[in-house]
Unconditional design. Sequence first.
Length: 395
Amino acid sequence: MVEVVLKKGKEKAALQRHPWIFSGAIEKVKGSPLNGEVVRVLAANADFLAYGYYNENSRVAIRLLEWDQARNIDKGWYQQKIQTAIAARKHVLKNGDTNTCRLVFSEADFLPGLIVDQYASYLSLQILSAGMESVKADIIDILRDQLNPLGIFDKSDATARTHENLEVEQGLLWGENPPEFLEVKENGIRYNINIAGGQKSGFYCDQRDNRLLLADYTRDKRVLDCFSYSGGFSLNALKQGAMHVTSVDSSAPALETLQQNIELNGFAADRNTIFQSDVNKQLRIFKEEGTTFDIVVLDPPKYAPSRSALDRAARAYKDLNRLAMGLLESGGLLATFSCSGAVDIDTFKQIIAWAALDAGKEVQILKQFNQPEDHPVRLSFPEGEYLKGLLLRVL
């Protein structure tokens, strides 16, 4: 097996079980490993540190897998890791009210570059590292044996693959193609989702708990759901008795799916209004019209894909939240989120404080939102904590 030796003093992260080794930490490579090949990682004094995937094209040159030198990284190793990850999600699926969740969450489950989402009887697979790409056939076999799905669909179309020198891919890997609209359940609410044509892997199951938490506040309230996509927050609010829900998104297909989901759950059509519009533009229109709400939800896309985009993202988050605060009467609630891993919770709070200052508002934090248990965070890999949110009372 090829050996990679780190520079003196660069072994600390590996010893602390952080799964990433950056290219600048490497002193030398003993051999010519293929991209995605498993290598032995050694400290400068030749002590064994870990096994990991090597990729000379990536800034993250090695993604660490295993710290026990006696273990073999073979199909049995992957089977054990996947089996453990699936078993840990049984609590999410225990009562039948939910049949969609994330079964494998990349580094958090010690499988860097592998994401597996379950949607009813289908699996959506994302492979984001060259190492996982090299064992894709084994991964498919293991998932078939463990779960016996109707089909496994490849959604490896994320831009992260380009950093690994991989082509984006999408299509059926095994079994039956999922229908254009597949019905799933989350917290007892029915959703039509489009695995092939939807964003990410088909659905945002990382907001499951937060949708339920926020819904408790929505009875008899006027709710504005921004970046509504196919209606996660909107549908939960309607189920809990919201007086009226206004949903805003720029995607026509997403809003068509939202309309289907409203009908699927039997909610009265006159309790929901849909706007296909840029959210910032629509918020300004509401302000000009004098339209106000009791609760506003902001769940925007990732504004900061990397730390280099942090300043620009901070301005975007501040402007968005400032506009939303202006649509709330005193005492109204703002549920605001960031899915940018580069924006930590303390930075996010500071951005919200700036937005409140610009809006001339006082703000109280009532709750802090997090990602759910099927998106766990390893203490040795804090970068995995990407989703954060705040429930605010705006005064």
